[in-house]
Design a protein around this ligand. Structure first.
Ligand code: ATP
Length: 416
């Protein structure tokens, strides 16, 4: 059953700023759904609309089947965790953890809804919950301390723990790990995952960090300009990005894109061309281009991820023309000169540029047609030297094609 449903939610702030536009999504009970997108895309506003801290301009919010817009924020049975969540400075860690649960237990509305049992004041329940959560988050030794006596990471754990103790219908988490150093972030991330696995909590989680989103989310809703661009599992979003924005936003380092034309030769045989550069593709599913059968070709963008380009040792030497892209054994081959390399641990990046790029290149020649820098995630032991001419290949099944105007993935159905 959907625990949370957003139905065509729109929020326009004064001055006509559209923060959220016609947003539809549902979060199933026990699901961890991540809202991922760049700064300003409407993630926090969405959470605030669910929490009742903002009124939508139009659309609806349903919590456990109830119309949440009829409920005040404190009646919605949601717990919000913010980046650098505020704590009560004069209370101990124990009291901070316990306060959420105590507030909830005093609420007659909640007792009615949940049929909460236990002692008249609920104190035993609260104590058990607080100690269990403290143990899970490694806070047991710190229960008597005050927030001023904690590190940033410990304070962040208390803020998370306070929400966990509450056991609401839905947790709303707004970048709760922001500002923590990388090891601590990693540690809290795996604790969050573990906590979610054991409790089956329903979580709507906001982040602009794709690694966090891919590691935490059962599903990820990628947002841009107030709209959901795609909802799916990490694998779906990475392997079948619905549009060019999602393709470019997911994956690090980012995808390589080339704009050109896609024309049908016959059946499922297509040619992608860019100036003199041609790539023949057999067995390519292009659903969207067929919507315009009269059009001789479609303006399209071809894309490939840097990690899907491999050095091609057995490609043989190049003669004369130093820039070419060919088709062999279902491989796309691209040749280029190493312009720049970067290494950080096992991450090695190689930037290639067309060998003949520059003032001397003949107009319309292959070297002019693919004139962007090509980024390769290098899997070999040694990165090549600057100035070296190398060959890289990609499997054709790793190529993506997008409509140059709408940005939609040409191989996916309209609602794919
Ligand atoms: P970030 O990751 O930077 O926190 P976000 O994705 O959470 O960004 P929101 O905070 O939801 O984005 O903001 C969405 C848009 O709405 C932005 O353009 C922002 O400037 C605007 N906005 C947010 N709150 C208000 C407000 N109270 N009044 C006017 N505009 C606002």
């Amino acid at each position: 059953m959907a625990c949370l449903e957003l139905e065509g939610l729109t929020k326009v702030f004064p001055g006509g700023i559209v923060a959220v536009r016609d947003l539809c999504l549902s979060v199933a009970e026990g699901e961890f759904l991540v809202l991922l997108g760049p700064s300003g895309c409407g993630k926090t506003t969405t959470l605030r609309l669910v929490a009742g801290l903002e009124r939508p301009t139009s659309g609806g919010v349903r919590l456990a089947g109830r119309d949440a817009l009829r409920l005040r924020p404190n009646q919605r049975d949601v717990a919000m965790v913010f980046a650098r969540g505020a704590l009560y400075p004069h209370w101990s860690v124990y009291q901070n953890l316990a306060c959420g649960a105590r507030l909830r237990q005093r609420s007659g509305w909640w007792r009615l809804l949940a049929g909460a049992a236990g002692n008249a004041d609920g104190s035993d329940d609260v104590d058990t919950q607080v100690r269990a959560v403290a143990k899970q988050l490694g806070l047991t030794e710190l229960l008597k301390r005050r927030p001023g006596e904690l590190s940033d990471g410990q304070r962040q754990r208390v803020a998370l723990g306070r929400a966990m103790v509450r056991r609401p219908s839905v947790y709303l988490m707004d970048e709760p790990l922001t500002g923590l150093d990388a090891p601590l972030r990693q540690e809290l991330r795996s604790e969050l995952r573990e906590w979610h696995k054991t409790t089956g909590a329903t979580v709507l989680y906001v982040t602009h960090d794709q690694t966090e989103a891919l590691l935490l989310g059962d599903r990820i809703a990628v947002m841009n300009h107030g709209e959901v661009q795609q909802i799916g599992s990490a694998g779906e979003i990475y392997e079948r990005p619905r549009n060019r924005f999602v393709a470019g936003f997911i994956g690090s380092p980012p995808m390589n894109f080339w704009e050109g034309e896609l024309s049908r030769d016959s059946g499922d045989h297509w040619t992608f061309s860019r100036g003199d550069w041609r790539l023949r593709l057999a067995g390519l599913t292009v659903l969207r281009a067929t919507a315009e059968p009269q059009a001789p070709h479609t303006r399209a963008v071809m894309a490939v991820r840097p990690e899907h380009l491999s050095p091609c040792d057995g490609c043989g030497s190049l003669e004369g023309s130093v820039k070419e892209a060919g088709v062999a054994d279902e491989l796309l081959r691209i040749d280029g000169v190493v312009r720049r390399t970067e290494s950080a641990g096992d991450l090695k990046l190689v930037y290639l540029e067309p060998p003949a790029a520059g003032a001397d290149a003949a107009p319309g020649s292959a070297s002019q047609t693919i004139n962007e820098t090509l980024l390769v995630r290098w899997h070999g032991a040694e990165v090549p030297s600057i100035g070296e001419l190398i060959h890289v290949t990609a499997k054709k099944s790793d190529l993506h094609f997008f409509d140059a105007v709408s940005g939609l993935n040409l191989a996916l159905p309209e609602n794919g």
